[in-house]
Structures are given as C-alpha cells and as structure tokens.
Design a protein around this ligand. Structure first.
Ligand code: SF4
Length: 96
C-alpha cells in the first residue's frame, strides 16, 4: 500500500468518524423532549376561538372548532393559560 493510499484511507476514516459524532449529537438534541402535549376534545369545543387568540402559535381554527396546530409552539405556561381559560374545559394535557 502506497503512502498516498494510506492518506486517502485515513481521510475516509476521519470523515466517517465525524459523521458518526455529529449524528450522535443530533440524537441528543431531538425534539421529543416534551413529556406532554395539549389535546382538544372536539366533542366539547364550541369554537369560541379563545385558545386561538391566547396562543395562536399552538391553536388554530379548523373549521368551526379549534385544533392543535403546533404543540411545541409555546411554553407550557402559555398553553396552560389557554387551558384554564377554555370555557368548556375542552383542552387537556396528553402524556406522550
Ligand atoms: S377555548 Fe375551548 S371552546 Fe374555545 S375554541 Fe378553544 S378549545 Fe374550543
């Protein structure tokens, strides 16, 4: 094996190691950190839009009722405020 072949082999090994390390780092930063997400009982929702007005990044209207648009769109405190203000208690936490 020539010196040039050895260098090429070392470069390839280093590149593979870098990819493995970066993939490991990404796994540690996964967005699956939420232990619970908001859930809307569509049978209870009256479509008053209060939750949408309170946290529009999380709740959006889906026709005549509200839906969860992005469960990670706000922190838990803001989502809890929308839950507490729902006049028919249609929003609850769902464990992941
Ligand atoms: S606040 Fe409650 S009733 Fe009003 S739209 Fe949101 S989930 Fe439905």
């Amino acid at each position: 094996m020539s010196a040039k072949s050895v260098v090429v082999a070392l470069v390839i090994v280093a590149a593979i190691a870098a990819i493995v390390v970066s993939e490991s780092a990404l796994v540690g930063q996964s967005k699956t950190a939420l232990a619970r997400v908001p859930f809307i009982d569509v049978d209870l929702c009256t479509g008053c839009e209060l939750c949408v007005e309170t946290v529009p990044a999380v709740f959006q209207m889906d026709g005549d009722i509200a839906g969860v648009f992005d469960p990670e769109g706000a922190d838990e405190q803001e989502i809890q405020e929308a839950m507490d203000n729902c006049p028919v208690e249609a929003i609850s936490w769902q464990e992941q």
